[in-house]
Ligand binder design. Structure first.
Ligand SMILES: [Zn+2]
Length: 279
């Protein structure tokens, strides 16, 4: 039997991404062209066509301003998690600020879906060894699992020494929070990111395919993620410098096809339907 991989989508607009923060501040978000509804409907159509359920980590700001597409995600049988409210990096926040940000997102999303939110993903994988208090806060707010740790070296995020596969994080209150790290391949003593976001978009398809096959052959599920703006080559282009442009705009026109191929080649499901939360 084929191993079920986990598919997750971080629901945010193109202008809320870290690479665009210096150009577009949260005060400017209301004035930007909105493209999420269209991109989301494309994703939902593709998932329906392939019979796949996924986890959507929704930004609270999005759920507050665009409730209808979020309700549609739920009606289609997908899981809704939280991506925080304001897309502020966790390691730049105080514990109090983080608590308020996540709490606000949970209240808005909970009101829309009428269901408890079980999962959380930090903006730009911004939980690192300096802010592990975030796990305590998440558990206090009723979150049962997190998928924010990227066990790689990266100039802006990452925790290279963290476990590469799901584990339970022991909390001070005696409880546990499940952590689902983003997928990596171990090669030449390094953890290489695979099958998510810019890595899926920029690196060739064969690399991602090889990575998922390797994980599955080891009996492991890949945790795949992408963003609605990554399938949108027609989004407005901002002057953000060479490196950020490369990361944000490369292969936007190829992403939908890559995701389609992954869905055809591998089995996928959501975190909540995977059974991984039960054990
Ligand atoms: Zn994000």
């Amino acid at each position: 039997m084929k191993i079920k991989n986990i598919l997750s989508i971080d629901v945010e607009e193109w202008f809320q991404v870290q690479n665009l923060k210096q150009t577009i501040t949260p005060q400017g978000w209301s004035y930007c062209e909105k493209r999420l509804s269209f991109n989301l409907s494309e994703i939902l159509r593709l998932l329906e066509e392939k019979g796949v359920k996924a986890t959507f980590f929704v930004l609270g700001w999005i759920a507050e301003h665009f409730p209808e597409p979020i309700k549609t995600i739920q009606q289609k049988g997908h899981e809704i998690g939280s991506h925080g409210y304001s897309h502020s990096l966790v390691f730049t926040q105080t514990e109090k600020e983080f608590r308020e940000d996540v709490k606000k997102s949970l209240e808005i999303i909970g009101k829309l879906t009428d269901q408890p939110v079980l999962g959380y993903r930090a903006p730009s994988f911004s939980i690192n060894s300096g802010c592990l208090w975030a796990f305590e806060v998440l558990s206090e707010l009723g979150i049962r699992y997190d998928s924010s740790i990227f066990p790689i070296r990266h100039p802006e995020y990452g925790m290279p020494s963290a476990p590469r596969f799901p584990y339970s994080f022991k909390l001070k209150n005696g409880r546990e929070l499940k952590e689902f790290p983003l997928s990596t391949i171990r090669l030449l003593g390094l953890n290489l990111p695979v099958a998510g976001g810019a890595y899926l978009r920029i690196f060739p398809y064969w690399y991602n395919r090889w990575g998922i096959k390797k994980l599955n052959s080891e009996g492991r599920s890949a945790i795949v993620y992408f963003h609605p703006w990554e399938i949108d080559p027609d989004q407005p282009r901002e002057e953000i410098g060479f490196f950020k442009s490369f990361r944000h705009y490369t292969n936007l026109d190829l992403m939908k096809l890559k995701i389609k191929k992954l869905l055809e080649e591998f089995e996928f499901t959501s975190f909540s339907l995977s059974g991984a939360l039960d054990v």
